[in-house]
Design a protein around this ligand. Structure first.
Ligand SMILES: *Cc1c(COP(=O)(O)O)cnc(C)c1O
Length: 346
């Protein structure tokens, strides 16, 4: 990449190995089930998550809404975090596309939904109420600063949901970051879930795509919904080829992003004009604030850094900023960025 872009791990360019795999991928018409590269990616993803089947989709948003609509019908309700991507950042699609209501719950600082809150939100069968159908958690939880949710917590939510006859979905856009941070296999981390969406196009560097995993029967329904959403693709093996490289080569290296995030957070926390507890940084996402000692605003800091090829985007309201580390951010970049911010905020 030609800039130091800290806005998100979505800005990652595909690697050389991905570009080569894309150029040489065998392809076919995936609507006929004939794209060998798509079929291989889906089989790999299912095996990796210990689920029966998988479905390639164009984005994490499509993966989540397809999963929600495969689990729920009109008049059903999902339970999700108030700061979750599903509730905040997906254009209200459960309601607009599926007639599905959302009950948003407070997200705890560790990224979890309190078990008592989930249980309270499960509706009794009463004609006044929508029907609770699905519990959704987000791992890692972006809004909580990339906090990874543990195996024990995930198992408990799954047990709770199933005890009430509900389905359990994980928005695992960054589930491989969670698995790396917790040092657990991703299939163990998602064992309790009926469905998982994960993104190939964030820290894993693929240019496009997410995958949904679940049972044969769930994926069968999801495939029809994907078609209805306009997401059935043809020679999409071109895209899946990069996804295969992502699964084969890019999941273990996420630890480097986490180490760089910790280094970046420690550097930022040592700047008097910045308020940040670096010990809370577990994966690749850092939220922090400029405090009263800052001589310039967060937006002005962004403008000054952009002039030097360091892209941080604009403030998340007020003086709050988010930095995300990824494949194209190396340790030397981190050291350079910290030094420049220290100088600009002196
Ligand atoms: C990025 C993201 C998504 C959706 O991804 P898109 O591919 O941008 O639609 C869903 N959930 C979380 C937590 C994300 O960070």
């Amino acid at each position: 990449m030609n800039t130091i872009d800290l806005r998100s791990d979505t800005v990652t360019w595909p690697t050389e190995a991905m570009r080569h795999a894309m150029a040489t991928a065998p392809v076919g018409d995936d609507v006929y089930g004939e794209d060998p590269t798509i079929n291989r990616l889906e089989a790999m993803a299912a095996a990796c998550f210990g689920k029966e089947a998988a479905l390639f989709v164009t984005s994490g948003t499509m993966g989540n809404v397809t999963s929600i609509l495969a689990h729920c019908g009109r008049g059903d309700e999902i339970i999700a975090g108030r700061s979750s991507h599903i509730f905040v950042n997906e254009a209200g699609n459960p309601a607009t596309l599926g007639g599905v209501h959302t009950w948003p719950l407070a997200v705890q600082p560790d990224g979890t939904l309190a078990l008592a809150d989930i249980e309270d939100a499960i509706r009794p069968d009463d004609p006044h109420y929508p029907r609770t159908g699905l519990v959704c958690i987000e791992n890692t939880h972006n809004g909580a600063g990339g906090q990874p949710l543990s195996v024990e917590y995930t198992d408990t939510v799954g047990e709770l949901a199933h005890r009430y006859g509900l389905k359990f979905h994980i928005d695992g856009a960054r589930i491989f970051n969670a698995a790396a941070a917790l040092d657990v296999p991703v299939d163990r981390l998602t064992q309790a879930a009926d469905s998982v969406t994960f993104c190939l196009s964030k820290g894993l560097c693929a240019p496009v795509g997410s995958v949904i995993v679940g049972s044969h029967e769930f994926i069968y329904r999801a495939r029809r919904i994907r078609k209805a959403l306009g997401g059935a693709l043809r020679q999409a093996g071109i895209l899946a080829a990069a996804g295969i490289v992502a699964l084969e080569e890019m999941t273990e290296r996420l630890r480097e992003d986490h180490a760089n995030a910790r280094l970046l957070a420690e550097g930022l926390a040592s700047i008097p004009a910045i308020t940040l507890d670096a010990s809370t940084i577990k994966t690749n996402i850092i939220y922090f604030e400029l405090n009263d000692a800052a001589p310039i605003s967060a937006d002005d800091l962004g403008v000054a850094l952009a002039a030097e090829g360091i892209v941080i985007g604009s403030a998340y309201g007020g003086q709050k900023l988010r930095f995300v580390t990824h494949y194209w951010i190396k340790t030397a970049h981190v050291e350079h960025v910290v030094q420049r911010i220290r100088e600009l905020l002196a």
